[in-house]
Design a protein around this ligand. Sequence first.
Ligand code: NAP
Length: 260
Amino acid sequence: MSIILNESAQKKSDTSSLVGKVAIITGGSRGIGSTIAKEMAKRGAEVVVNYNSSKEAADEVIYEIEEFGGTAISIQADVSNYEESLSLVEKTQEYFGKVDILINNAGITRDRTFRKLSEKEWTEVIDVNLNSIYHTTSAAINLMIEQEYGRIINISSIIGQAGGFGQTNYSASKAGMIGFTKSLALETARNGVTVNAVCPGYVATEMVQQIPEKAKEKIISKIPMQRLGTTSEIADAVLFLLNNSYITGQCININGGAYM
Ligand code: NAP
């Protein structure tokens, strides 16, 4: 039996280079997003670091990228807002001429047990974590399909898979991202566009620093590897997905064994 591969599938890609690729990372100013932005830039991608309010932190990321000879700009946009998300993608296209990679990373928590959870806390989390990926992706998807190349990676969470006490809003938003990932992957599989998710466990960023010390110790004691993850460990999985053209619709777990 002979299996005929199309030209792009046969073309062996450099396993780490992102030279010539233009990447947008939402929430690239801090935490996991800032590490992914720097790692993509180190591999030659031209990077747009999106932020909402942390201008100084975003400028610091740009400075660090330029220090090692990379190319990056920062663009302010609240991705929970549809118009601002469209403008983020439009400005990227105007500046760099295209969009190849979209990392939907921006996220917030408003933890509260369900009976105390306000409508505002519910809506804020759904807007920033889930509605945002509709906003940014709908702005970028036609560009990717036209150029027959695209990589979309959604930063979901173990909480979207296993649930989390006091996190109905966050868990629903992160589970929604996984469903979105699989459905869009089906729709774009023939267009050179892969859509994947990563599901980090607990990672040492400001988001996790908000958890009270006692609760954090309890969480770590339940992680088989007995430690938090690092932002680099999440970025490694993102880079792996960016450089593979036959993985789509998947959710890669990076959680120290906390959910299998
Ligand atoms: P973080 O340190 O709190 O950083 C969050 C980032 O999102 C910041 O750059 C922030 O920028 C940006 N952001 C927030 N709201 C935004 C908005 N409306 N528009 C644009 N950007 C916005 O969080 P992190 O821990 O790095 O988390 C990054 C992603 O990983 C999130 O989606 C989170 O849910 C997910 N995750 C984290 C963990 C963890 O343990 N840390 C585990 C699983 C999944 P501004 O400061 O400018 O608002």
